[in-house]
Design a protein around this ligand. Structure first.
Ligand code: NAD
Length: 342
């Protein structure tokens, strides 16, 4: 019998790559998604890659009654991976209530429904944003968290606090929070990848959309930061490497290998690349020039962020394998296939 895993937000960018890895590692997957930032077509694409179409339920996890019902139906699941959330930083500043409501109601409904049905494992998609402006680098899981700059980021910090409180009660919840650094890249097939609705918030889709002519030019916000070339440094991580970490986290929970009921791991490569490094590598990979302009700094940008990868390596047995070239060339392959409608 295959172990069943419920994946909320499984039609989205990171969720779909994780579903592929779960299927390839012999798990049965049930996706819960309201398609607010994804399309049902992802299921066909997962089928093409893996030969299996996961069970899909179109559900808004803010709906408590519907969420309870779906968890009751799938109460034989071993664990839940919670990707469902809105994630646009800028939009969250404009619409904080929408973000708190979506990200936190969904979380509360998921946690209470799974516990009512005896499903104890819970993997949470967190973010390096909970570290705010770190005082020391690389960032370890011991670094203090700070109030994130945006309401979006704050939903991640609050969510981790909620999980911690639930664990401290007599709930039997077993949880792993994975703090992602900067996920980029796409599946090698070019069939799944990041599909931002509207103007992309993140650097990589902005670059690929500029290169295909959807955007006029890329704005680089500031080149006077205290970094080697003045542009901010981030820890970019291939989405397939990230997806594999979720499979290991699920296994750790199912095999009862956790050392504490709530564990937190950073997911990054440990290497920092600047915005100009990304642009230069993109130009190398595509053998073309990107239209970009250096402009003023943007509020809330931190000069340098990169992860310590030690804990994830020691405890999860996970390290990122894919390099920057692979991250960028797979993003580019995805963007090109998308624009050619295949
Ligand atoms: P995504 O938008 O591609 O995927 C999220 C999915 O959740 C979408 O398919 C969306 O339709 C679904 N969803 C949203 N609200 C829902 C609701 N109320 N009910 C049911 N489904 C709902 O985002 P992603 O990039 O794959 O991110 C996945 C998770 O990882 C999110 O929690 C995000 O905050 C977190 N994260 C992402 C990044 C990143 O850079 N992509 C970085 C750190 C953390």
């Amino acid at each position: 019998m295959k172990n069943k895993i419920i994946v909320t937000g499984g039609c989205g960018y990171i969720g779909s790559h994780t579903v592929v890895e779960l299927i390839e590692n012999n798990y049965e997957v049930v996706i819960l998604d309201d398609l607010s930032n994804s399309t049902e077509d992802t299921l066909e694409r997962i089928l093409k890659i893996t030969g299996t179409k996961p069970t899909f339920v179109n559900i808004d996890l803010k709906d408590k009654t519907a969420t309870k019902a779906v968890f009751k139906k799938h109460n034989d699941a071993e664990a839940v991976i919670n990707f469902a959330a809105h994630k646009a930083v800028g939009e969250s500043v404009q619409k904080p209530l929408m973000y708190y409501k979506n990200n936190l109601y969904s979380l509360l409904n998921t946690l209470s429904s799974q516990l009512e049905n005896g499903i104890k494992g819970f993997i949470f998609s967190s973010s390096a944003t909970v570290y705010g402006t770190p005082e020391t680098l690389p960032i370890t899981e011991e670094n203090e968290t700070q109030r994130p700059f945006s309401p979006y980021g704050n939903t991640k910090k609050i969510a981790e606090e909620i999980i911690d409180d639930v664990i401290k009660s007599d709930s039997k919840l077993q949880s792993i929070s994975l703090r992602y650094f900067n996920p980029i890249g796409a599946h090698e097939s070019g069939l799944i990848g990041e599909l931002p609705s509207g103007v992309p918030n993140n650097l990589m889709p902005y670059i690929t959309q500029t290169a295909v002519g959807l955007r006029e030019k890329l704005m680089v916000y500031g080149n006077d930061y205290p970094t080697k070339d003045g542009t901010p440094i981030r820890d970019y991580i291939h989405v397939v490497d990230l997806a594999k970490a979720h499979v290991l986290a699920v296994k750790r929970i199912i095999d009862k290998k956790q050392e504490q009921p709530f564990e937190i791991f950073n997911l990054g490569t440990g290497n920092g690349f600047s915005v100009l490094d990304i642009i230069n590598t993109f130009e190398e990979v595509t053998n073309s020039k990107l239209n970009y302009e250096i402009t003023e700094r943007r509020a809330g940008d931190v000069p340098k962020l990169f992860a310590s990868t030690k804990l994830a390596k020691e405890k999860l047995g996970w390290t990122a394998n894919k390099n920057l070239h692979e991250m960028i060339s797979s993003s580019w392959k995805w963007e090109q296939k998308l624009r050619n409608n295949n």
